[in-house]
Write a protein that binds this ligand. Structure first.
Ligand SMILES: [Zn+2]
Length: 254
């Protein structure tokens, strides 16, 4: 039987500053199930061929890795009229053989700031991305962003049965609604981003280092069948992470 951590992926957010090839080999050797590659300036850029090749070749050594891809969050906004970034990210994700791509919507402004043009752009972009051999997961963002409320996010996905959600536990906790968000989105989510905080800053701590009630969250995620992504733990702390997975009860989800 596999160790429980084989059911978890590690986000590359945890190895910024460490070469992808070295970090991916470390995650594989530690027995985790795969990786999520995070687009972030200087870390992994969709337009940087060296970044793409380095990750591609590290993954060549790990053919059964499960790979997910986090599209750029600084300039890819599904609620904006610009689709180029989204399509470029999709292409890069396909090169990495990612099964799912996480995307953000507009990261500022509450629902009131979403004009008709935002909704129209969002639906047009989602239509463009959906049904192309890669799952698309729309992430809940922290308040005051529109998608911080689980019912708003579900509403956005209405009419897109092939598109899923990404449950970000830390973002939900900043709004004091971790259990509610997990419960409401569990069956509709392709990805869960697991990380902790103390409700005042999106610190991306290891599960158990903040104040998320992990036992309740794990119970709320019972119907979740997507990928469990640890976002963020420093690559040097993979052994501590294994302990955290056991102590928080998250192992039950694997
Ligand atoms: Zn996230």
């Amino acid at each position: 039987m596999n160790e429980p951590w084989a059911g978890f992926l590690i986000s590359s957010a945890g190895w910024q500053g460490v070469p992808h090839s070295q970090a991916i080999a470390g995650v594989r050797e530690a027995g985790f199930g795969g990786v999520e590659i995070l687009c972030k300036p200087g870390h992994f850029e969709c337009a940087n061929e060296d970044h793409i090749r380095e990750v591609e070749s590290a993954l060549d050594d790990w053919p059964d890795a499960v790979v997910t891809f986090h599209a750029p969050f600084w300039d890819l906004d599904l609620a904006s009229g610009d689709s180029d970034y989204a399509l470029q990210a999709l292409e890069v994700g396909a090169r990495l053989k990612a099964e799912t791509m996480t995307v953000h919507t507009r990261s500022v402004g509450e629902m009131g700031n979403w004009g008709e043009d935002s909704f129209t752009a969002f639906r047009r972009n989602l239509t463009l991305l959906a049904g192309r051999n890669m799952g698309i997961a729309v992430e809940n963002l922290p308040p005051p962003c529109f998608t911080s409320r689980e019912d708003d996010l579900l509403c956005l996905l209405d009419g897109f049965p092939d598109v899923g959600a990404c449950i970000d536990t830390g973002h939900a906790h900043l709004g004091g609604r971790t259990v509610e968000v997990a419960q409401a989105l569990a069956e509709r989510a392709f990805i869960a981003h697991l990380h902790d905080n103390t409700m005042n800053d999106d610190k991306h701590l290891m599960p158990g280092q903040g104040t998320i009630p992990w036992g309740e969250v794990a119970a709320a995620l019972k119907g979740f069948r997507g990928r469990l992504v640890i976002e963020t733990v420093r690559i040097e702390s993979l052994d501590e992470l294994k302990k955290a997975i056991m102590e928080t009860g998250l192992w039950k989800l694997a």
